[in-house]
Design a protein around this ligand. Structure first.
Ligand SMILES: [Fe+2]
Length: 314
């Protein structure tokens, strides 16, 4: 991929893009070996709306921050032109054995690493062409753009700060977000961001129906407390109450085991300047008991669809 521009880059949209492998399994793409009878349609319909939005926006690149690419020392960024291989979910190998192939925006990746270092963060370009991409990155990218025709940049979840303090960890993700935004601006990219995160993350210890994982008669939230937390968080984000969201986030992570603890949503919201406009909820649903919301943040300078132009984001 050859893309060299400078200045005037912008983030044209951000998505909360949860990555249960069940969603790809249910889609039956040719790349995934296990086949299904469908399932989890409300979440998959939600993703269909996002795909349409991305097509309209015509971005140069999709960036994804995944909790399942964990790095202990520093923030790593995919920076090799092409990544191909087979990714297998370690928890659900019977659902996800996926042959992926993706073009990487190396120039932007290197710019992110440079900006991170400039901000005093530990960061590294991931240049191993045989690197096996994690299922979190792949599921979010596939659900947002199953055509795989837009270059990508993957960013790791550097979880080392969590060994010490939750607050410090999220502050570092904020800095990572600012560094990402600066790199996008400097390289002139039209970028879509994806926070690859589930909300509440307590799940069933076993599949309720191992003979039919997509048996929707078994699907429900793991606990009422978890559901109430998800609703509270979604409503704060829909209302654009970003300060309140960040205030309650540590408690949400503790009590609902929320996957946003890994930093993806913090990274994205900080890169977008802590948006105070409401996010659009495309759908909410459970997967093996976890709470998943597909949400969209569309900055004011992005083209709006007719429904948004007339009624604002709900
Ligand atoms: Fe996950």
């Amino acid at each position: 991929m050859k893309t060299t521009r400078s200045g005037n880059g912008e983030i044209v949209a951000g998505f909360l893009a949860p990555h249960p492998p069940h969603l790809v399994y249910a889609e039956n793409p040719t790349q995934n070996e296990p086949k299904s009878r469908g399932g989890w349609e409300p979440l998959r319909w939600a993703y269909e709306n996002c795909r349409q939005r991305i097509k309209e926006l015509k971005p140069d690149v999709i960036l994804v921050h995944s909790p399942h690419w964990q790095t202990v020392v520093g923030h790593h960024v995919t920076a090799t032109p092409r990544l191909e291989g087979r990714s297998v979910d370690p928890i659900f190998p019977h659902l996800f054995r996926f042959d992926y192939g993706m073009d990487v925006d190396v120039e932007l990746a290197e710019a992110i690493v440079d900006e991170c270092k400039g901000a005093g963060l530990e960061a590294k370009p991931m240049q191993n062409p045989k690197f096996r991409v994690d299922y979190g990155t792949i599921v979010s990218l596939h659900m947002l753009n199953p055509d795989w025709d837009i270059p990508v940049v993957g960013i790791s979840a550097n979880n080392s700060p969590y060994f010490y303090d939750d607050k410090i960890g999220q502050e570092e993700m904020s800095q990572l977000g600012h560094a990402t935004a600066k790199a996008i601006a400097k390289t002139g990219r039209r970028a879509v961001l994806a926070a690859s995160n589930t909300l509440s993350h307590l799940h069933f210890p076993q599949e309720p129906n191992p003979g039919l994982p997509e048996d929707m008669s078994c699907e429900h939230i793991q606990s009422q407390a978890q559901y109430e937390w998800d609703v509270k968080i979604i409503n704060l984000l829909r209302a654009g109450k970003i300060d309140e969201f960040f205030e309650v986030m540590p408690q949400f992570c503790r009590e609902a085991f929320a996957e946003i603890k890994a930093g993806g949503l913090t990274w994205m919201l900080e890169a977008m300047g802590r948006p105070r406009y409401g996010a659009k909820l495309h759908g909410y649903g459970t997967v093996i008991g976890t709470g998943n919301a597909v949400m969209e943040w569309l900055p004011d300078n992005s083209p709006k669809s007719d429904s948004q132009a007339s009624g604002g984001q709900k």
